[in-house]
Ligand binder design. Structure first.
Ligand code: FAD
Ligand code: FES
Length: 262
């Protein structure tokens, strides 16, 4: 159940050029799950959705790692500890917990990385099978939270399109290699639609569940305005059905999405 509340900012850290992580605190955040998001009021604009980058249920704290792309995210990035945010959270359907006995591949692109870190933070300690985090971006500055993964016991595989960090190329190469080794793996991914389409294609032969967290432009964030719909299965003679990223997602199983229509 989501709540509407005002939450103080307890920390604000510049983590990379144009990227700031805010930590907010409120008892409602104890209920937040990896893959869910907060919808945050930005003055004079619609609310802006941001995933949880880390969740501390004991203290009711959650991280929001924001990349500045426009006015709303620029406003968020200028906030300081002691200021308050007007928040609707936790929203949406998050990741389903992984099977601790099955290999687990996390694939994140850019600001799609933070929700995957919150999944590893929550479920990594109980995981008994091989695991891997593949983090990709155009350039080194866009690779987020690599140190957090490492600190939490998972050395990430990095891929940048310009070769400035890790392997040159996209996340697809390392994903193919891991799936060739562990075809029974379960996959969780978040990133731009183009990356998710590739992950969906490459993971089509995987026997484990493939969960994809979509980032779509949003209006209300609570299922009322249909601004965020994505084409979904089944696809009938009149086309696909549509599902709302804000309430039916943002996390979907790969077979729920009609990729040829996205
Ligand atoms: C469920 C969900 C979780 C998200 N989590 C994060 C997160 O953890 N960290 C983060 O930095 N961002 C996240 N986003 C994206 C973030 O909400 C947008 O970047 C933000 O709303 C842009 O607002 P703005 O006013 O700064 O930019 P605008 O002026 O609204 O847009 C600037 C540019 O960004 C594009 N854009 C805006 N929103 C999106 C979007 N949702 N997807 C793709 N392109 C978009 C616009 O088309 C435009 O080109 C998430 C989005 C969703 C739906
Ligand atoms: S944002 Fe309004 S229905 Fe999803």
């Amino acid at each position: 159940m989501a709540g509407a509340f005002k939450a103080p900012i307890v920390a604000a850290l510049a983590v990379a050029p144009r990227h700031v992580e805010l930590v907010i605190e409120h008892p409602e955040l104890s209920m937040a799950a990896p893959g869910q998001f907060a919808h945050i009021l930005t003055p004079g604009m619609l609310r802006r959705p941001v995933s949880f980058s880390r969740i501390d249920p004991q203290r009711g704290r959650a991280g929001l790692l924001v990349q500045v792309v426009g006015q709303g995210t620029a406003w968020l990035a200028e906030r300081s500890p002691g200021e308050w945010l007007d928040v609707l959270a936790p929203l949406g359907r998050g990741f389903q917990a992984p099977d601790p006995a099955r290999p687990w591949i996390l694939v994140g692109g850019g600001v799609g990385i933070p929700p995957l870190y919150s999944a590893w933070e929550r479920w990594g300690p109980q995981h008994r099978a091989p695991a891997c985090a593949i983090l990709g971006a155009r350039e080194a500055d866009g690779i987020l939270m690599a140190g957090d993964f490492q600190g939490a016991g998972l050395l990430p595989v990095l891929a940048t399109e310009d070769g400035s960090a890790g392997r040159r190329g996209t996340v697809v190469g390392p994903l193919e290699e891991w799936l060739a080794r562990y075809p029974e793996a379960q996959v969780m991914a978040c990133g731009p639609n183009g990356m998710l389409a590739q992950v969906s294609r490459v993971a089509a032969g995987a026997t484990g569940p493939v969960q994809l967290a979509m980032e779509q432009r949003m209006g209300c964030g609570i299922g009322a305005c249909l601004a965020c719909v994505v084409p979904a299965t089944p696809v009938g003679p009149e086309g696909p059905r549509y599902r709302r990223v804000c309430t039916d997602g943002p996390v979907f199983f790969r077979e729920e999405l009609a990729w040829s229509w996205i």
